[in-house]
Design a protein. Structure first.
Length: 261
């Protein structure tokens, strides 16, 4: 099976997290991941866009970051980034979010930030595996880059994935072997695709997280929403956006019908 998988065409996958893993009063209300899935033949285009954005924003060293370089006052930069990224062909976006407020008090995630990270990443990798299986034109295998999180033991998380995702179980509906065979953790600056994931994560955050005046900024996310993974029924929920908790944090937004339609 492994030999067969190694011969499949490649999907390049880039994962970045959004929010923090904690459950303190000062913690973010959400934690999750954004995955940018792109066929290998279009990965150079994605890299070119990120390189262009760094040049356009006059970033002479290091990575482009949503929080650092595309702050709320930089509406023009945010709009420009969304427009440039939406032109990359073949991209599929997958988000997995944990709504912390609705995590049961008895859940181990409330006292174990590693468990929070691991559970969210497993949900995401499951959807990446299914995406690879049903990729237009035939099944592919994923080569995945994960953005390094400061203070997190990524080896523990990789061990968790390897132990809990049965690559040889014929009864599993998830083709784990398509995604677990090649996962690498690296700094965001090392890969243009990781910087793209950071920007896409920021776009969703801006669409669902109110500013200090209670207003959201969904237009960046709406620009790229056609890149979301969809089911065979055309639906986004549970396919391109998976939510553990109250789904209305996304589906209750005024802009949601334009995305899910």
């Amino acid at each position: 099976m492994l030999t067969t998988v190694s011969r499949l065409p490649i999907l390049r996958v880039y994962l970045d997290e959004t929010g923090d893993r904690g459950f303190k009063p000062t913690s973010s209300p959400l934690f999750g991941f954004c995955a940018v899935v792109v066929p290998e033949e279009h990965d150079p285009h994605l890299r070119q866009v990120i390189q262009k954005l760094r040049a356009d924003f006059e970033i002479t060293s290091g990575a482009v970051h949503w929080v650092e370089h595309l702050r709320p006052r930089n509406h023009d930069r945010r709009r420009h980034a969304a427009k440039e990224l939406t032109a990359v062909p073949g991209v599929r976006l997958i988000y997995c979010l944990i709504d912390k407020q609705n995590v049961p008090a008895s859940s181990g995630m409330r006292s174990d930030i590693v468990m929070t990270y691991n559970y969210a990443s497993r949900l995401l990798l499951e959807r990446i595996a299914l995406t690879a299986k049903s990729w237009p034109g035939g099944t592919r295998r994923a080569i995945t880059k994960v953005a390094h999180v400061r203070g997190h033991d990524h080896k523990v998380s990789l061990d968790y994935i390897n132990k809990t995702c049965p690559t040889t179980a014929s009864t599993s509906p998830v083709p784990w072997s398509l995604v677990t065979g090649n996962i690498q953790v690296d700094g965001t600056a090392a890969w243009d695709g990781l910087q793209a994931a950071d920007l896409y994560a920021g776009m969703l955050n801006a669409a669902i997280t109110p500013d200090r005046f209670g207003n959201n900024s969904p237009d960046y996310f709406q620009t790229v929403a056609h890149q979301l993974r969809r089911g065979s029924n055309g639906k986004v929920l549970d396919y391109g956006i998976k939510i553990l908790g109250d789904k209305t944090i996304v589906t209750g937004q005024d802009w949601w019908p334009s995305v899910e339609s």
